[in-house]
Design a protein around this ligand. Structure first.
Ligand SMILES: [Zn+2]
Ligand SMILES: [Zn+2]
Length: 119
């Protein structure tokens, strides 16, 4: 297993519901929170079966508002959402794999993320 860059700066832009992270290799990732929440990696959202990550439907703005973010050990972030959901642990590797920048994700965000509309 190689070196996994970790976030050195995290900024939540509540007006636009985006989470911006600067990684230790200077890579900058800007995640719409609907994207992070929709693919929440916790067992409640993903179940225990293998397979591609499932997108959880988002119907309220509280689901994509960040209440609190804290580091878990030396490998991950826990994101607590405004609707009380706080079981999602996002490892550095997962976050980096999810990076939606044009370099990491040339085809852009999945349609289900772009379709999120909470008014
Ligand atoms: Zn979850
Ligand atoms: Zn990227």
């Amino acid at each position: 297993m190689g070196y996994v860059p970790h976030p050195t700066a995290i900024e939540y832009e509540s007006a636009t519901n985006r989470l911006k992270m600067v990684f230790s290799d200077d890579h900058v990732s800007v995640y719409p929170t609907a994207y992070l929440r929709g693919y929440c990696p916790c067992a409640r959202c993903q179940g225990h079966s293998a397979g591609p990550p499932k997108f959880q439907e988002i119907t309220t703005s509280a689901q994509i508002e960040v209440d609190d973010i804290h580091q878990v050990g030396s490998y991950a972030l826990a994101i607590c959402w405004a609707d009380g959901h706080d079981t999602g642990i996002y490892s550095w590797r997962l976050l980096r794999d999810m990076c939606p920048c044009p370099e990491c994700m040339p085809d852009g965000l999945p349609e289900e993320v772009q379709a999120v509309d909470v008014g």
